[in-house]
Design a protein around this ligand. Structure first.
Ligand SMILES: CNc1ncnc2c1ncn2[C@@H]1O[C@H](/C=C/CNC(=O)c2cc(-c3ccc(F)cc3)cc(O)c2O)[C@@H](O)[C@H]1O
Ligand SMILES: [Mg+2]
Length: 214
C-alpha cells in the first residue's frame, strides 16, 4: 500500500535526524519539505519567530491546537524549561500516530502530552482531565475557521489569564480573517503581527501574537 506524506516525513526523520536531538529532527523535517515534499509545518522562517516568542515568555504550560506531524510540538518543547508541559491536540489518528513517533525520536515524550480528539470537545475538559488551570502560551495551527470559536471557548473556560499569549499561524495564508479582526479589535487583547512567509515559499504569511489582558 502507498505511504502517506506524514509517513514519508517520519521516514526522513528516522533516516536523517539523531535520536534525542530535537534540533536535528526540526532540521530533517525542514530539509525534507524543501527538497522532497512540501508539508504544512510552521517551517524554519516562522519557526524562528515562534522560538523567540517561546524563549521570551519561558512558559510553564503550553497548549497547541493541531499537532499534524509534530514539527512545532518538537520546536516548542525543545525550548521549554524543566517541568514545563506542552499539551497538543490532534483529531486525526494517522497524523497523531506519526507525531507521537516524531516526538519520541526527539526524546521529548516527558514534556509533551499528545491528546487525540477535537479541540472543541477537549478544551472544556482541560482543567478537570489534564490538571491545567491556565495556559501561558497557546499555539493555534489547526483548521483556520476554528481559531476564533476555540479562542472564545478558551476564554469561557477560564483557560487564559492576564499575560497569556495566543500565537496564531497562517493569519495571512490561508488566512484567518474573523480571528484577526476579533483579537485586533478586542480591548481584552494586545495584538502584534510578525510578517514572514508561508513555510518553504516566498508567499507572504505571518504570525499574530495576542496577549490576553484579563
Ligand atoms: C477543529 N479542531 C481540531 N482539533 C484537533 N485537531 C485538529 C482540529 N482541526 C484540525 N486539526 C488537525 O490540525 C491539523 C490541521 C491544520 C490545518 N492547517 C492548514 O490548513 C494549513 C494550510 C497551509 C497552506 C497554505 C497554503 C496552501 F496553498 C496550502 C496549505 C499552511 C499552514 O501552515 C497550515 O497550518 C491537522 O493535523 C488536523 O488533523
Ligand atoms: Mg500552519
Amino acid at each position: 500500500t502507498q505511504s502517506t506524506r506524514p509517513q514519508r516525513l517520519l521516514g526522513a526523520v528516522k533516516k536523517n535526524a539523531t535520536r534525542g536531538d530535537p534540533r536535528s529532527v526540526v532540521k530533517a523535517i525542514d530539509q525534507f519539505c524543501r527538497q522532497k515534499e512540501w508539508a504544512m509545518n510552521v517551517g524554519d522562517e516562522k519557526g524562528c519567530i515562534l522560538d523567540s516568542v517561546v524563549s521570551e515568555l519561558n512558559p510553564a504550560t503550553v497548549l497547541e491546537l493541531g499537532t499534524y506531524c509534530g514539527y512545532s510540538t518538537v520546536r516548542i518543547a525543545s525550548m521549554l524549561p524543566p517541568h514545563a508541559k506542552l499539551i497538543t491536540l490532534e483529531f486525526n489518528p494517522d497524523y497523531a500516530a506519526v507525531a507521537r513517533q516524531v516526538i519520541a525520536w526527539a526524546g521529548l515524550e516527558d514534556k509533551v502530552q499528545l491528546v487525540e480528539g477535537a479541540s472543541g470537545d477537549l478544551i472544556p475538559k482541560m482543567s478537570e482531565q489534564f490538571e491545567v488551570e491556565t495556559f501561558d502560551l497557546v499555539f493555534l495551527d489547526h483548521w483556520k475557521d476554528r481559531y476564533l470559536p476555540d479562542t472564545k471557548l478558551m476564554e469561557e473556560c477560564g483557560l487564559l489569564k492576564k499575560g497569556s499569549v495566543l500565537l496564531a499561524d497562517n493569519v495571512i495564508c490561508p488566512g484567518t480573517p474573523e480571528y484577526l479582526e476579533y483579537v485586533r479589535a478586542s480591548p481584552r487583547y494586545e495584538s502584534q503581527y510578525f510578517r514572514s512567509h508561508l513555510e518553504y515559499t516566498k508567499v507572504e504569511d505571518g504570525l499574530e501574537k495576542s496577549v490576553f489582558l484579563g
